[in-house]
Design a protein around this ligand. Structure first.
Ligand code: NOJ
Length: 571
């Protein structure tokens, strides 16, 4: 397989670091938080949405690309740099589009290819990039490839999937959705064979040991880049590259596929982003980042996410800080994507049972809130409950070393609908206004109900209302995004966690060129007065980035309210 050496990004990197040393860089960096050198993903605000739940333009009850076009101004004003589209290909919709029936077009319920092209053009006009999910590990069971594979033993598509004449011994192992999913091998009565599926039985795994399958995947990657896509959120990476025959729990992996896919993408578009979905240990992550800029440029930091929820639930920071330290080492071109909530459950698997129970007790006490024996299927606002903690958590998201990713509706504090199945609870339509169905659709019956009762009903929680309220969560998030953009060092620089003499305080310092930034978050609901163990602090004056005012440091002590936070320039 082909290997490419590092691209000119390295040259740019050393130049930039050189400039930084000469003190010129900050002015440059402050003007442009998304350098066009291929590292744009390091300082982007990524916003994830599903076309179907965002905005319906034609009154059929389903969101569509024309509706999304209508809302680009909103996303622009929020400060979004990159729109991440959830799967939009034709699909039976049994896993919300993660069961693809045709990789080369869009689902007609979202509009036409012309609508898609127009959306891309309008997003680009506003300077936004667009990335999308690409679901390569499996197809829908209704995909014509599988249809043919199950019917004809002689078809080449038969070898595109993974089969077994007998039920493998480990069929009850390696399931992604335990409790809902019963097996990873199901019997196909038409084929007269068992087929492998990491996920639900309607998502047969493609066989990546077959070069034809690899070639098809490369074709898909090229195809959407040629339609203007700026990169992908590569779904289920560890399962694409695993070899099922070697066992479901500890399979061998074809690690080479990652750099190969990266090269395919780079050839199609030099700065295309490969953002990996892989919930891994810090050690495993390194293999995915690769070396010399030949692996994933960006990976979701699921590891930190779990320990962050533990810290939010217990006010105990030690493991969260350790997780940040454990994931610190990575290649200079690589980046972490940080998030609070995404479209799935919060996966708390790595916490172990006792700690997971502590998080459940605080954030998901009712079993209806829990999922797959490891997670919580709730949105952030109802889960945290306390608006001060919510605001602190968002401030933290933007201050973490990496690129922040937010999910639609989180910026207004949308709630969840636990009457919906599994992860659909956090996928209700966007609440735009107090109009019927939250202004999502003019149809009598939306395809999925908008939350319409209680504290989180659209009558209370909607964009329109929050735009006019300067104290709203939406305006808080807008301010955070503006501030994050004025601090590109968060995406680019090295960081140092500064010990404090309060166990509730999380302080991080970024140094970049001649500028330094300090962000501090108080995980306790009580006010804290604390000292930071730091050589430079005493001689430095702090300027609060939100107010622009100097901050008094009395007797070397700083103060924060309960769930308080601060972003400071050190002079
Ligand atoms: C991960 C996605 O985040 C999830 O929503 C989906 O069900 C699985 N991959 C299967 O594609």
């Amino acid at each position: 397989m082909e290997h490419k050496k590092a691209q000119p990004t390295h040259i740019w990197w050393s130049l930039f670091v050189g400039l930084a040393a000469s003190g010129l860089s900050m002015a440059l960096a402050q003007e442009s938080t998304a350098p066009d050198d291929g590292l744009w993903y390091k300082n982007s605000i990524i916003y994830n949405l599903e076309v179907g739940t965002f905005k319906d333009s034609d009154g059929d009850g389903i969101g569509d690309f024309q509706g999304l076009i209508q809302k680009l101004g909103y996303l622009d004003s929020l400060g979004v740099d990159v729109i991440w589209l959830a799967p939009f290909n034709p699909s039976p919709g049994n896993d919300d589009g993660y069961d693809v029936k045709d990789y080369y077009t869009i689902n007609p319920k979202f509009g036409t290819m012309d609508d898609f092209d127009l959306f891309m053009a309008e997003a680009k006009k506003r300077g936004m990039k667009v990335i999308s999910d690409v679901v390569l590990n499996h197809t829908s069971i209704e995909h014509p490839w599988y249809e043919e594979a199950r019917r004809s033993p002689d078809s080449r598509y038969r070898r595109w999937y993974v089969w077994s004449a007998d039920l493998p011994d480990d069929a009850d192992k390696g399931m992604v959705f335990p409790g809902v999913q019963r097996t990873t091998w199901s019997y196909d009565s038409i084929a007269g064979l068992y087929y492998f599926h990491r996920f639900y039985p309607f998502q047969p795994d493609l066989n990546y040991t077959n070069p034809e399958v690899q070639q098809e995947a490369f074709k898909i990657l090229r195809f959407w880049l040629e339609q203007g896509m700026d990169g992908y959120r590569l779904d289920a990476v560890p399962f694409i590259i695993d070899v099922p025959e070697t066992g479901s729990e500890t399979p061998q992996r074809m690690m080479q596929l990652v750099p190969t896919m990266r090269n395919i993408m780079r050839d199609a578009k030099h700065d295309a982003l490969m953002l990996g979905e892989a919930n891994l240990s810090p050690q495993e992550n390194k293999d995915y980042f690769g070396e010399d800029n030949n692996g994933m440029q960006m990976m979701f930091n699921f590891y930190v996410n779990q320990f962050l929820f533990y810290a939010l639930a217990t006010q105990e920071l030690r493991l969260f800080i350790k997780a940040i330290e454990d994931t610190k080492e990575k290649p200079s071109t690589a980046q972490w994507a940080h998030f609070l909530r995404n479209h799935d459950e919060i996966d708390l698997d790595r916490l172990g049972e006792r700690r997971r129970e502590e998080v459940y007790a605080k954030f998901g006490p009712d079993t209806s809130m829990q999922l797959y024996g490891r997670g919580i299927r709730r949105r952030l606002a109802p889960m945290l409950g306390d608006p001060k903690q919510l605001r602190m958590a968002y401030s933290l998201l933007y201050a973490l070393p990496g690129t922040p990713v937010i999910r639609y509706g989180e910026e207004i504090g949308m709630g969840d609908d636990l009457s919906l199945k599994e992860r659909l609870a956090v996928r209700t339509p966007m609440q735009w206004s107090g109009a019927p169905h939250g202004g999502f659709t003019s149809a009598d019956t939306p395809f999925r109900n908008v939350i319409s009762h209680g504290l989180y009903g659209y009558q209370q929680v909607n964009v329109m209302q929050q735009l006019t309220d300067s104290t709203s969560l939406l305006n808080h998030i807008k301010r955070l995004i503006r501030t994050r953009k004025a601090c590109p060092e968060i995406g680019l620089a090295d960081f140092e966690i500064i010990p404090a003499n309060s166990k509730y305080i999380f302080a991080v310092r970024y140094d970049y060129g001649d500028k330094s930034l300090l962000t501090i978050h108080n995980f306790s609901d009580k006010p804290q007065a604390f000292r930071l163990e730091h050589r430079l602090l005493a001689d430095n004056q702090l300027t609060d980035l939100f107010s622009g005012q100097p901050v008094p440091v009395e007797d070397d002590q700083l103060k924060l309210d309960g769930y308080g936070y601060g972003w400071y320039r050190l002079k």
